[in-house]
Design a binder for this molecule. Structure first.
Ligand SMILES: Nc1ncnc2c1ncn2[C@@H]1O[C@H](COP(=O)(O)OP(=O)(O)OP(=O)(O)O)[C@@H](O)[C@H]1O
Length: 223
């Protein structure tokens, strides 16, 4: 369970929220606080007030896999192999275990052909896939993706959803501007001006957003 209590940080004001679902999507207008919430949950930002706990531990004590919105800003190494190897190496895995994890993660994400490439030569979508492979290589407990699908074609985005579904993470928290992607989550948070305005299953939340641009187009067509 992810439990948020008395959280105030920049625009965020979330008094109390307990999230039990595995796949949780965060949606809302630009500037509503989605990235800030994800950063606080990932332990990247220390909240000004309040706490976020994962299975009763602070998220700083948990293995978090993070895929940011702009992989250019978060990829640290010049070679793809080293980027994916960074989390197993950080956890002092042996060379052979690290190598196995790098190759397995690259295979799952569909990028074994990129392992020898330099990060600087990759396209935006390829960088997003490298960031995802790096995030899942050491089997995170909590996987957090900030608009990771924004650079991806439809087929690749579907493959990424498969990787996320099959990951070891007990919770996956992702933010997306694709309402069709959000509709596939187990639980939705709809944010407005730093608050969680609505939360519930996709059916519950989208029923409250039927007259807005946040209603999935496909659902509108099938109504
Ligand atoms: N480092 C910062 N210092 C001060 N304010 C910030 C900082 N980062 C973001 N903000 C502000 O906090 C608000 C929420 O930003 P955030 O990036 O969380 O929104 P978002 O919902 O992810 O938006 P988008 O959909 O545009 O990515 C915005 O008004 C933003 O300008």
């Amino acid at each position: 369970m992810i439990r948020i209590a008395g959280l105030r940080h920049r625009v965020l004001d979330i008094p109390d929220l307990a999230l039990e679902a595995r796949q949780i999507a965060v949606i809302g207008e630009n500037g509503s606080g989605k990235t800030t919430l994800l950063e606080v949950c990932a332990g990247i930002e220390e909240p000004g007030e309040g706490t976020v706990r994962f299975l009763d531990h602070p998220t700083s004590a948990v293995k978090v896999g993070w895929v940011g919105e702009f992989p250019d800003r978060t990829l640290l190494f010049s070679r793809v192999y080293d980027e994916i190897a960074s989390s197993p190496r950080f956890r002092h895995r042996s060379c052979s275990e690290t190598d196995g994890r790098v190759r397995a993660a690259a295979e799952r994400v569909g990028i074994p052909h990129l392992l020898k490439r330099s990060v600087a030569t990759l396209s935006g979508g390829e960088k997003a896939l490298v960031a995802l492979a790096a995030a899942v290589a050491d089997d995170p407990d909590l996987l957090i993706l900030d608009e990771a699908d924004s650079h991806l074609d439809a087929g690749t985005a579907e493959r990424v959803r498969g990787v996320v579904r099959e990951s070891t993470a007990a919770h996956v928290l992702w933010c997306t501007q694709s309402m069709e992607t959000a509709a596939g989550a187990d639980y939705l948070l709809f944010m407005a001006a730093g608050a969680v305005r609505h939360h519930g299953t996709p059916e519950e939340v989208f029923s409250l957003l039927e007259e807005t641009c946040f209603y999935p187009t496909l659902w509108r067509m099938l109504r």
